[in-house]
Design a protein around this ligand. Structure first.
Ligand code: PEP
Length: 251
């Protein structure tokens, strides 16, 4: 099955207000009328509102990098799914490796976040990925399979149209060391197999699986040619118009 490519930029904790809006406007102008691939950006929370406004009328979607697993109340410093919808976000990252490994987010917490996001109609990009010692120990498939299955616990088949999976090997994020197309393809094929076991073949074939980890304009095409790779989640190279465009416009 042919899946529409999905390229997304995770700005992490970078840029300021002015740079965020300028980057959004630059992408908006360059990508006007683009409809053969989906594009999204994930700015910091505090710039979501302005980036949504800058991208009004553009096919580029805006998402948040995180959300709270609770609906509202005494959760100082947290941001709810409803708040994201309120400012015009359409999607949200869950389980980015920096959340899992720097802030201790468990599979169970990620699952609650997935459920919260879906309950308000947000699309979800659920991130999974193994650490270097897990890869070296031959545990890649077990780790990413567990993260995917646990993250999707209780998610109905009817919601899977709102799900994207991002395979992001932790050792490849921000290191300049991308997975080889063979490594990415093998992991993606494994993840699609997990989706098939959980939801059947039709849904497994329709869910997009992005690769993330040191994606650049000069390696995107070979990565996109790997089996089951349907797009990319991009950190560092998404912070400048030209480099992100070089990825979005891969051939
Ligand atoms: C990411 O932020 O998800 C990521 C993959 O970062 P980078 O592209 O910088 O490795």
């Amino acid at each position: 099955m042919k899946r529409k490519p999905f390229l997304a930029g995770n700005w992490k904790m970078n840029l300021d207000r002015k740079a965020s809006v300028e980057l959004a406007r630059g992408l908006r102008d360059a990508l006007a009328g683009t409809n053969d691939r989906d594009v999204a950006v994930f700015p910091p929370f505090v710039y979501l509102d302005e980036v949504v406004q800058a991208l009004a009328g553009s096919p580029i979607k805006v998402g948040a990098q995180n959300l709270c697993d609770e609906k509202n109340g005494a959760f100082t410093g947290e941001i709810s799914a409803e708040m994201l919808v309120d400012v015009g976000a359409k999607l949200v990252l869950v389980g980015h490796s920096e959340r899992r490994h720097l802030y201790g987010e468990s599979d169970e917490l990620c699952n609650r976040k997935v459920q919260r996001a879906l309950s308000v109609g947000l699309d979800v990009v659920l991130c999974v990925g193994e650490k270097l010692d897990e890869r070296d120990g031959g545990r890649t498939d077990a780790v990413i399979g567990r993260q995917l299955e646990a993250g999707l616990a209780g998610v109905a088949a009817g919601s899977m149209g709102k799900l994207t999976v991002a395979y992001e090997p932790v050792w490849a994020i921000g290191t300049g060391r991308n997975a080889t197309p063979e490594q990415a393809g093998a992991a993606h094929t494994h993840l699609r197999g997990v989706l098939r076991r959980l939801y059947g073949d039709a849904i497994a074939q329709s869910v997009r699986i992005q690769y993330g980890g040191s994606v650049k304009p000069d390696n995107i095409s070979t990565l996109m040619n790997a089996p089951d790779v349907d797009g990319a989640l991009v950190g560092g190279a998404s912070l400048k118009v030209d480099s992100f465009l070089g990825i979005v416009r891969f051939k």
